[in-house]
Design a protein around this ligand. Structure first.
Ligand code: NAP
Ligand code: ZN
Length: 351
């Protein structure tokens, strides 16, 4: 048994997104059905729509920053009831028995987690489709509780942009006294500024764009460094304990490594693939500096983030759009013309 769902899909790397009908499973005993109210627009949606990672399956319904209301629950569901707010991020399932899964790091499941879209359900082999749609059916284990005090549209991006920046901040123990830099002020970057600030760090933004200074300060940056300005770069040599690099495309890391302090770490979350130009190991060897990567965050850690945001009243700065505006939003995202996350008001799907 399946239910027919309306969403927006793309059928090839060069097509626009357009209305598309598809099937989702009827809820199993452990499932909740969520009517989607808002869905954030992540640069990963654009990468996958365009097949940048060479693994896209079409038709592809993107969207992994989902908030909505529970409309139905399976017989074995205990944590949700009809009418509750609920959220879903980048994953909808994992093996549940490997070491990472047992340690709450389902994103590193050795069998690979089932992703919210462009993946295959591990129980019934149905393709997964994302949040640019009316409803989603998800096991309660991968469904998050949404604190009631948070503004809903601004909460959606916490499910990916938020957790992807929160998880490395926590793993590398950023807190009071930490000197943190964030590379790139987009969806992930603006969440990183807010979260690092709320954790008590001194926060700097590296940006290639002039004119972001006032916004960056409002979002939590203490300093702004224009990465194309050699004098500004020279002033921060050896300064940072932790750099979070959110840039989505290939770029030169060699200019950032010397800005790390001894034993500092630069964590890549944006770009996926071989780097160019090659890395110069000298500043790493001479200062025990590391380069690392990080993928989203686990389910318990995502709940921790939502609760932290509720306590500190943190949400994403969003521009709410109608689903009919999604193709223009993608064009604007390619030009870094986003302040600082597009979120789709899913009511527009019924228009
Ligand atoms: P976004 O909103 O488009 O922001 C990216 C920012 O990077 C831009 O605002 C711009 O900031 C800078 N930038 C863009 N193109 C650049 C280029 N060619 N060279 C240098 N800087 C550039 O993107 P996002 O949604 O934050 O996503 C960022 C990346 O993270 C994407 O690649 C996405 O796929 C990835 N991601 C990874 C994970 C994970 O788990 N690791 C999760 C979610 C997303 P300035 O103008 O300030 O320089
Ligand atoms: Zn994302």
């Amino acid at each position: 048994m399946t239910m027919n769902i309306l969403g927006y899909a793309t059928h090839s790397p060069t097509d626009n997104l357009a209305p598309y009908h598809f099937e989702r499973r009827e809820p199993r005993a452990d499932d909740v059905v969520i009517e989607i109210l808002y869905c954030g627009v992540c640069h990963s949606d654009l990468h996958q729509a365009h097949n940048d990672w060479h693994n896209s399956n079409y038709p592809l319904v993107p969207g992994h920053e989902i908030v909505g209301r529970v409309t139905e629950v399976g017989a074995a569901v205990t944590r949700f009831k009809v009418g509750d707010l609920a959220a879903v991020g980048c994953m909808v399932d994992s093996c549940q028995h490997c070491e990472p899964c047992e340690h709450g790091e389902e994103q590193y499941c050795v069998e690979f987690p089932t992703l919210t879209y462009n993946s295959v359900n591990r129980h019934d082999q149905m393709p997964t489709y994302g949040g640019y749609s009316e409803k989603i059916v998800v096991t309660e284990k991968f469904t998050l509780k949404v604190p009631e005090n948070l503004e809903l549209a601004g909460t959606a991006p916490l499910l990916c942009a938020g957790i992807t920046t929160w998880s490395p901040l926590r793993h590398w123990k950023v807190g009071k006294g930490s000197r943190v830099a964030v590379v790139g002020l987009g969806g992930l970057g603006h969440m990183a500024l807010k979260l690092a600030k709320a954790l008590g760090a001194e926060v700097t933004l590296f940006t290639r764009s002039e004119g972001k200074e006032a916004d960056a300060r409002r979002l939590g940056a203490d300093n702004i460094v224009l990465s194309s300005d050699e004098t500004q770069m020279a002033a921060v040599q050896g300064h940072f304990d932790f750099i979070l690099d959110t840039v989505p495309y290939i770029h030169d890391l060699n200019q950032y490594i010397p800005t790390l302090a001894i034993s500092g770490t630069l964590v890549l979350v944006g770009y996926l693939g071989p780097l160019e130009p090659m890395l110069n190991t000298a500043p790493m060897v001479l200062g025990r500096k590391s380069i690392a990567g990080s993928l989203i965050g686990g389910i318990a850690e995502t709940q921790e983030l939502l609760d932290f945001c509720a306590e500190h009243n943190i949400t994403s700065d969003v521009e709410v759009i109608k689903i009919q505006e999604i193709n223009t939003a993608y064009q604007r995202m390619l030009k870094s013309d986003v302040k600082y996350r597009f979120v789709i008001d899913m009511k527009s799907l019924k228009a």
